[in-house]
Design a protein around this ligand. Structure first.
Ligand SMILES: *Cc1c(COP(=O)(O)O)cnc(C)c1O
Length: 379
């Protein structure tokens, strides 16, 4: 068996055709033909009020922080177990990040942890749908409404996933998506901001266009455009959107194959791994599984290390995930000192298995066999 990478970017086939079309159209800067097609796709398929392509999910999060007027000294509640951008986008505006723990049985943020951290200075709550599986949004949204705090969904991993039938990214005031090459649908680098409260739409367009009202100008709403707010260059080249659109056209195919592979992992591993004290992904009744990730939770750091090294010796690249942000080199001395034990446990014990469109059934079966073999030898 050849070595099996953790991820392999998938090219469906029309990507290069659409890029050539974008180039031939004579306009490859932002908001061209394919950017508009991507916006229409997300607005029609998921009913998002307004969507804006960005150069990354990180950029969409930075736009959210500007849109919510986050100021120095404001507090923003963010899970400790997440990618750096979920917190950094708000730290950039001077916010104090108040880190919340995960649930005990899965990495999503704990509702009780959020509740305990709300203060009069809380200006936003960021939730992350880890592995594309929804956080328990109803109680989170109820808490947020009670305190009039906006919720931003970091839905980077959560394309085509739902909470009680509602699409993720459409539940908070804003949702942010990523098309980084490690996600389900990709554009190399790329992102999307979904705006679910129309009050933010006009300013979002301005922030995305370097603080200018260029978008209104092109619609003929104003007769000249100028600098009207702060902003940056958050819009991607139409070449990025051309690549993405080819993927979006095949979203159902991509999702079906990923779900097949996820199920194959589940069927092979779920009957066996609990005997070794190893936990499997938790999909609550209120959530769908978009097969972004198949992860295991080992009982100890030692066993996880042995598993990753054992798999590597068989040519299989399995990887751990986030290091808790509250103890990161940048934030450790800014953190309030609370212990955040569930996040730390997922940092130490979680391992992600190879999962990508072109992974074959045989490769998937080989990974499962090797996992079981390594654990059995380790007894
Ligand atoms: C991938 C990811 C991001 C960052 O996405 P980019 O598009 O690379 O900026 C942010 N948050 C989470 C939870 C992610 O998984």
């Amino acid at each position: 068996m050849n070595s099996i990478p953790f991820n392999k970017p998938y090219l469906h086939g029309r990507e290069l055709v659409y890029i050539a079309q974008a180039v031939a159209s004579g306009k490859i800067s932002g908001d061209g033909l394919f950017t508009k097609k991507c916006h229409a796709f997300f607005e029609q398929r998921y009913g998002f009020g307004k969507t804006l392509m960005t150069t990354s999910c990180t950029d969409a999060l930075e736009m959210s922080a500007i849109l919510l007027n986050i100021q120095p000294g404001d507090e923003v509640i963010v899970p400790a177990f997440t990618f750096v951008s979920s917190a950094n986008a708000f730290a950039l505006r001077g916010a104090r990040i108040v880190f919340a723990d995960s649930e005990a049985d899965n990495p999503n943020v704990s509702v009780a942890a959020i509740e305990a951290l709300i203060s009069p200075r809380t200006k936003a709550i960021v939730v992350v749908h880890y592995a594309g599986v929804a956080c328990d949004m109803d109680p989170i949204l109820a808490l947020a409404a009670q305190h009039s705090i906006p919720v931003v969904e970091d839905a980077a991993q959560a394309i085509d996933s739902y909470y009680k039938g509602r699409p993720l990214g459409g539940l908070g005031v804003m949702g942010t998506f990523s098309f980084h090459e490690t996600k389900n649908v990709i554009a190399g680098e790329g992102g999307l901001l979904a705006i679910n409260d129309s009050a933010y739409v006009n300013r979002a367009e301005i922030i995305r266009e370097k603080g200018t009202n260029r978008s209104s100008f092109f619609r003929g709403e104003v007769d000249k455009y100028g600098w009207v707010d702060i902003g940056s260059s958050f819009l991607p080249s139409d070449i990025i959107s051309a690549y993405l659109f080819a993927q979006l056209e095949n979203l159902d195919l991509i999702q079906a194959r990923r779900k097949q592979l996820w199920q194959q992992y589940w069927d092979a591993l779920a009957p066996v791994l609990p005997k070794f004290g190893i936990g499997l992904p938790v999909i609550p009744d209120y959530a769908t599984n978009n097969a972004h990730m198949f992860y295991l939770v080992c009982p100890s750091l030692e066993l996880r290390t042995r598993l990753i090294e054992g798999l590597r010796s068989h040519g299989i690249h399995a990887v751990f995930h986030y290091l808790s942000l509250h103890s990161s080199p940048y934030y450790a001395d800014k953190h309030d000192g609370r212990r955040i034990p569930n996040s730390d446990r997922f940092s130490d014990c979680l391992v992600r298995l190879p999962l990508f469109y072109e992974l074959s059934d045989e490769q998937c079966a080989y990974v499962c066999d090797k996992i079981i073999q390594i654990l059995s030898e380790n007894r």
